[in-house]
Design a protein around this ligand. Structure first.
Ligand code: NOJ
Length: 726
């Protein structure tokens, strides 16, 4: 293996080496990114494709559920299956590198890309990232965990500096990347933002000292698209591949994008950014994409400047060799240099029955039943009204680089109608909530006629009438989210809260099904009979919703992120989010998500880890098996099957210098299906980092004393305690 790479390195000319350090225009126009290879030496072209929710080329692919739906399953085995399916779809589309998974910690509930990420907790994040990476890599496709690191908001993402201390980085923001690297990721994508003043694409401490030297990462660090601000600085800092490596003009030309003047800031987007007073039907109103976009004209191109920098001695030749060696090593390892690769690599396949089934299974397994007064599951013959502004379309995902075009999709109405025995009524109720996307900025304005089209059907009266006549009213609501902008509010957009209130007043068996990128406000919570969080469910939206609502499948999901009123989150302070004077201060330190709610008086609406089953469970007989494993019995005490998600939280002894240690941290979890009356012994492996803390001087330290592990079905319901002495 190394022989091939060594031989190639000795034969490549300087110009050829540089050719392997940056992207170029894809000759076939199918890929998100492209490196042409070196034909003379049989180094093949390499194709890179987004993204975390499905493969994004110019052809359709399975539109899988959002990453938050996957992580809500609390089942990393499912993540591996998901990653393997993504890898097979990439192979079928001749792609060599997948630009995912996204795994930034959910620090800010408003972040426009939370649907591409896993959790507010590093252990959940790490286990899902590792599962997906392992699955992708098992197909011979290179996985690219992104965006390294502290890309926790989209507002000013291309310039904001995350001001965060080392301990917090180490304990919260870096572990997911570490786990992804340990799982075998062949590439890592740097983020757009700065960390403590330095762009991550040239952050030597992060890229070279931590990721490569300390963690032993021997893969490729690539930039995010146009996410470099220097040539010499990035090369010396540890960046190996500049993407897309071409100018914005060349990129847009290859994509045939209209309406752009080539500065990388689409003309329409510029117009929208300037137009804060766009009418209420303007889907982009309030979303300022320009603020989230990098400037592609700054930073310089490796294709133009790197060879000169090496010749001038500004970038050591050994560094250039290292950049090239890393890419070649990965190509060799993945069987792309003529060898066979070392995985049990499957054939490429797209839109198979297995992938369709998996897309639906993940949506079901991630669905979180937040509240239920007994209205769910629906009776087979129930007369159901299906209400909501977008009930006739599947919600595939949020906007931006993760958008996938599926072969098939099922809307809520189609899903419910296919399952319902009685004939129900359908009403839109309020104006449609438009999909928003970063790419809207590159499309000519179509005049917003969608809103007009809806007007006739969008009547609250029709929704109320439908609800009054039905046994049960299902109200499907949604948010709007996209890469390059953050949500302005956690309230549901448009008139959806009014719709819920009106329907709930007409029918006391009203069920709200929300499809969102993350937490949403529930001012009507007390007035409805059930609340379901379905995230962005992908192509199987309707069929997955029907399976859960009718109880054909148990809602397997638990919250990977705390739901609370927006003012109660630690990032409700402008200094922290979106930041002031170009800096977002991570002053909350370790107190992100449930760690914050555990030390304040503010009550979450729905705590981290919360979610109901249709069954009921008893937890008993917990004991420590060794100093990082606990075991307990879970019994299904109901007369129907269901899924329990066991969570174990570690409360470590106070450290002398450690005033802000969170009261408890998730150490491990397990998801298990139990038949009616079944009981089972469950083992939960606890992450070593949950016992420790990071000390800037001495690294990871476990304080001696009693570590109390409390176990239960959510972060706020932990009936069992086990003490582990260290
Ligand atoms: C920018 C996004 O931040 C990144 O996630 C994506 O992979 C690239 N664009 C390529 O589309």
């Amino acid at each position: 293996m190394t022989d091939t790479v060594d031989r190639l390195l000795s034969e490549l000319t300087l110009a050829e080496k540089v050719r392997l350090t940056h992207g170029a225009t894809d000759t076939e126009g199918t890929a998100t990114g492209f490196v042409p290879g070196v034909e003379r030496l049989d180094v093949p072209p390499v194709r890179f494709s987004d993204g975390p929710l499905g493969v994004r080329t110019d052809e359709p692919a399975t539109a899988f559920p959002a990453s938050t739906a996957l992580s809500a399953s609390f089942d990393p085995e499912l993540a591996r299956e998901f990653g393997r399916a993504l890898g097979r779809e990439a192979l079928a589309r001749d792609q060599d590198v997948l630009l995912g998974p996204g795994l930034n910690l959910i620090r800010v509930p408003h972040c426009g890309r939370n649907f591409e990420y896993y959790a507010e907790d590093p252990v959940v994040t790490g286990r899902f990232a590792a599962g997906v990476v392992d699955g992708i890599e098992s197909t011979g496709v290179i996985a690219t965990p992104k965006h390294f690191v502290a890309n926790n908001q989209e507002t000013a993402r291309a310039s904001v500096s995350a001001e965060v201390d080392e301990r917090v980085l180490r304990e919260l923001y870096l572990p997911g990347f570490r786990d992804a690297v340990d799982a075998g990721a062949g590439a890592v994508m740097s983020s757009y933002n700065r960390v403590n003043g330095t762009y991550t694409s040239e952050h030597g401490e992060l890229l070279t000292d931590t990721l490569k030297d300390e963690w032993g990462f021997d893969g490729v660090v690539m930039s995010d698209w146009f996410g470099t601000e220097s040539v010499v600085g990035t090369a010396n800092g540890g960046l190996d591949l500049q993407m897309p490596g071409i100018s914005a003009e060349e990129l847009f030309e290859s994509m045939g994008a209209p309406g752009d003047d080539g500065d990388g800031h689409g003309d329409d987007r510029e117009a929208q950014a300037a137009d804060d007073d766009a009418g209420p039907d303007d889907p982009t109103d309030g979303f300022d994409y320009a603020d989230g976009m990098p400037d592609p004209t700054t930073g310089g191109l490796y294709s133009e400047e790197l060879a000169g920098a090496v010749e001038a001695g500004d970038v050591p030749e050994s560094r250039l060799d290292d950049m090239v060696r890393r890419l070649l090593t990965q190509l060799d390892r993945h069987g792309l240099l003529g060898g066979s690769g070392d995985a049990d690599e499957p054939e490429g396949a797209v839109d198979t029955p297995e992938h369709r089934d998996l897309a639906e299974r993940v949506a079901v397994r991630g669905t979180v039943l937040l509240d239920n007064d007994g209205v769910l599951p629906l009776a087979d013959g129930a007369d159901v009204a299906v209400v909501g502004p977008n009930v006739d379309e599947a919600i595939l995902g949020g906007g931006g680089s993760s958008e996938t075009t599926p072969f098939t999709e099922t809307s809520p109405v189609e899903g419910i109608e296919a399952r319902a025995e009685g004939s129900g009524s359908v009403a839109q109720g309020v104006p449609r909530i438009e999909d928003i996307s970063l790419f809207d900025a590159f499309e000519p304005d179509d005049g917003g006629e969608e809103g007009d089209e809806d007007a006739s059907d969008a009547s609250l009266d029709a929704a109320v009438a439908a609800a009054e006549d039905a046994d049960v009213a299902l109200v499907f609501v949604r948010d709007q989210a996209t890469e390059a902008a953050d949500r302005e509010t956690l309230a549901l957009p448009g008139d959806q809260d009014d719709l819920i209130e009106a329907v709930a007043a007409a029918n006391d068996r009203t069920v709200v099904v929300a499809n969102t990128s993350g937490p949403f406000e529930t001012p009507w919570r007390e007035d409805v009979a059930a609340v379901v969080a379905g995230w962005y469910p992908g192509q199987s939206h309707g069929s997955a919703a029907a399976a859960v609502l009718y109880g054909d499948s148990d809602p397997g999901g638990r919250l990977p992120v705390t739901f609370a009123p927006e003012a109660a989150y630690p990032t409700a302070d402008e200094r922290r989010f979106p930041g002031v004077d170009g800096e977002a201060h991570y002053d909350e330190g370790l107190l992100v998500g449930y760690r914050h709610f555990d030390v304040t008086d503010a009550e979450p609406t729905y705590p981290f880890g919360h979610g109901r089953s249709y069954a009921t469970f008893e937890y008993r007989d917990a004991e420590a098996v060794d100093d990082s494993t606990v075991e307990l019995t879970v019994e299904n005490t109901a007369d129907r099957s269901g899924r329990a998600v066991v969570q174990a939280y570690v409360d470590s002894p106070a450290a002398p210098d450690d005033l802000d240690r969170p009261p408890r941290e998730l150490g491990g979890f397990a998801s298990l299906a139990l038949d009616a009356g079944e009981s089972r012994r469950v083992t939960v492996d606890l992450d070593e980092r949950a016992f420790g803390r990071y000390d800037a001087e001495s690294g990871w330290t476990v304080d001696s004393g009693d570590h109390v592990v409390s176990i239960g079905p959510s972060s706020r319901d932990r009936p069992l305690d086990v003490t582990i002495g260290r």
